[in-house]
Design a protein around this ligand. Structure first.
Ligand SMILES: [Zn+2]
Length: 245
């Protein structure tokens, strides 16, 4: 991160943080719901979650960039805790409680809904269900990894990777603003499992949590099978194919 772009990043971050605190009471109401499995934490879970939010908001491509932001005064004031290493950031995420994170997203959704920031699309609440792959590696793996054999010039190699199914809420745009895309939840695909099974587990959790958030589920042709249709029909939802490439 160069000095000029670093300054711009910090200006944008200050605005985003001010907005998130004003609209969502981010520090007081949202991040305080998230906990982790450490026994005597020196750094709070809230500070770690706030740090990773900033990583995403500023699209910081490297830990070096994150550590530069970490030196800014406003940032230390906002965290209300000593700065910590990238190692801590990674380690705490591995033991984070997903339920508290989901509850935080739910609260953000409710506040946006109350503020009329999530208008329907022609009278319908619309979500997109989609599978995504992340962090493939030949070297590092964990208990949640999927694996596959890659045929290379040097012979076959086992590659480890993660896949998850995400559910994204699509809304109409308010005049003069970009439409909101809100990630409601996601579910990791387990070893030996088909993507549709993962998606059904995701929907079984999301539909009771968001009973009125959507009427229509968009998904690609992969989902054109009976158990998927039947599940949605039983829950009063419609499904539409071919919307995602
Ligand atoms: Zn893994």
């Amino acid at each position: 991160m160069e000095t000029t772009s670093g300054k711009e990043t910090i200006t944008v971050l200050r605005r985003l943080i001010a907005y998130a605190e004003k609209i969502f009471q981010l520090s007081k109401d949202i991040v305080t719901q998230v906990s982790d499995r450490r026994e005597k934490p020196r750094i709070s879970t809230a500070a770690v979650v706030k740090s990773s939010l900033v990583l995403f908001w500023a699209r910081l491509g490297s830990i070096n960039a994150w550590e530069q932001v970490g030196r800014a005064h406003f940032w230390k004031r906002w965290l209300e805790e000593p700065t910590f290493s990238a190692d801590t950031l990674g380690r705490v995420h591995a033991v984070l409680d997903a339920h508290g994170l989901r509850q935080g997203i739910h609260d953000v959704y409710e506040r946006l809904k109350r503020n009329k920031a999530l208008p329907d699309i022609y009278g319908l609440g619309v979500v997109v269900l989609d599978g995504h792959e992340s962090h493939a590696s030949y070297l590092r793996h964990c208990s949640g990894c999927l694996q596959r054999t890659i045929h290379t010039a040097g012979g076959d190699r086992i590659q480890f990777y993660h896949r998850q199914v995400t559910l994204m809420l699509l809304t109409a745009a308010l005049s003069g603003r970009a439409a909101v895309r809100l990630l409601l939840d996601h579910e990791p695909q387990r070893p030996g499992e088909e993507e549709v099974e993962t998606a059904l587990r995701l929907l079984a959790r999301v539909i009771p949590a968001y009973p009125r958030a959507f009427d229509l589920v968009l998904a690609d042709a992969l989902y054109a099978e009976a158990p998927f249709f039947n599940f949605l029909l039983a829950h009063g939802k419609t499904r539409s194919g071919g919307a995602q490439g």
